[in-house]
Unconditional design. Structure first.
Length: 412
């Protein structure tokens, strides 16, 4: 839509407004983690150091990986070599206005690298922008700071509600899969101090005695394409389910059988992330997928345990504690195959497992409706936030006349 306020203004390339500068290399082991200077990667802060390479407030732009993501540091910082940055030395313009302007340029939509996704500085510098006076920049920045802060606070409240619901879900799952549903059943000492007693007729076994086949996909990463067979990575498994839309990636159809030679997923199989992050668990719903590294597939012994019960065991506080207590690694904690097979699992009789599964799924269904509603509200608020930034920066609204009442339908 053509801006009415900026109708008589011309657009200029970004390089006329600011110069994006490469961040510096700073290996994790060389950082002073007790320092107070924030270290920025392409997706935001990644630690601290004792030295800054920027002057004053700084805009950080993702260059590799989470390319095009825009972050803002209120103080001097250390952007690492997966980023670009802009501070007062690289632009004469209002940095907060520029921060919002960069968010409207679609810098995260186009990668010129065939390997690791990346943002070309030359491409970014040629993006066209409306250049307004310093006074107008200040007005736009102040307006957006105020309005986006309100929206961000609202999102935080809804995210906290989601966290509370998820904590309640995990507590319910943990109670059901470690204590059972009958409060009068005889109990015995589990031998696990923090867990306490468990039903006397349940057994405690290692995971290797419950799972017939472990299909480990750790190793090299397949070449990714824009279409083909959906590739499920660790980023696609969250809150007990698989969501390919969280980070859509694909491999070529003709490479599918070669890549999946270790084993093919079947509907109902349990899949778990082994690191970055560790312990996200879900079940296979659609068999027409490929599984990436950092995932392991469990083909459960159906004579011993239902797939669903294993999923809930691993999602419970008990299961998560078992996984994390067996994890190793200096940077990203992960679990090795031999230690994973030794993780302890509580095993009730199959008929009782079926009853527990039905109870959990019935109890979670009402909460799922509220969770989905909250997630939808957050999505709409974030869409509105981005639309508001775009409208203010491109002159589709006059920030001097804008009323907060415009947002009532979105934020209620």
């Amino acid at each position: 839509m053509m801006s009415q306020i900026y109708a008589n203004k011309t657009r200029v390339p970004l390089k006329r407004i600011a110069r994006m500068v490469y961040g510096n290399s700073l290996e994790t082991e060389k950082r002073n983690h007790d320092g107070s200077i924030p270290v920025y990667g392409s997706n935001g802060t990644v630690g601290y150091h004792d030295t800054a390479i920027t002057v004053g407030p700084t805009i950080v732009i993702g260059r590799k990986g989470s390319f095009g993501k825009i972050s803002f540091s209120d103080s001097p910082c250390f952007p690492i070599d997966t980023t670009y940055f802009v501070d007062e030395r690289h632009t004469p313009h209002n940095l907060r206005w520029l921060y919002y302007l960069l968010q409207t340029l679609g810098l995260d939509e186009f990668s010129q690298d065939t390997g690791v996704p990346g943002l070309s500085r030359e491409y970014a510098h040629e993006r066209l922008c409306y250049l307004v006076s310093i006074e107008e920049q200040s007005l736009i920045a102040s307006f957006l700071d105020r309005e986006t802060s309100k929206l961000d606070q609202l999102v935080e409240k809804k995210q906290r509600l989601i966290e509370l619901l998820q904590e309640k879900r995990q507590a319910l799952i943990t109670q059901a899969v470690t204590k059972g549903l009958d409060p009068n059943v005889p109990m015995k000492d589990s031998g696990i101090p923090w867990l306490g007693d468990v039903p006397a007729h349940w057994s405690i076994r290692s995971l290797r005695r419950v799972v017939k086949t472990f299909v480990d996909y750790r190793g090299k990463t397949p070449e990714k394409t824009d279409s083909g067979v959906p590739l499920i990575t660790a980023r696609n498994i969250k809150n007990g389910s698989i969501d390919h839309d969280l980070a859509p990636e694909f491999i070529r159809d003709e490479e599918y059988f070669d890549w999946m030679v270790r084993g093919f997923p079947k509907k109902g199989d349990v899949v778990m992330t082994t690191e970055a992050p560790l312990g996200e668990v879900a079940q296979i719903i659609d068999e027409s997928i490929a599984l990436a590294q950092r995932l392991i597939l469990f083909k459960v012994d159906q004579a011993t345990m239902y797939n669903e019960f294993l999923k809930y065991q691993l999602l419970s506080r008990f299961g998560q504690s078992e996984l994390w207590s067996n994890a190793t690694g200096s940077t990203a904690l992960g679990i090795k195959a031999d230690r994973l097979k030794g993780v302890r699992i509580l095993v009730p009789p199959l008929e009782e497992q079926k009853i527990v599964i039905a109870f959990i799924e019935s109890s979670l269904s009402a909460g799922n409706e509220l969770l989905n509603k909250l997630k939808y509200q957050i999505e709409k608020i974030q869409e509105y936030r981005q639309a508001l930034i775009s409208a203010a920066v491109t002159g589709q609204i006059d920030v001097r006349q804008y009323s907060a009442n415009e947002a009532e339908a979105i934020t209620s």
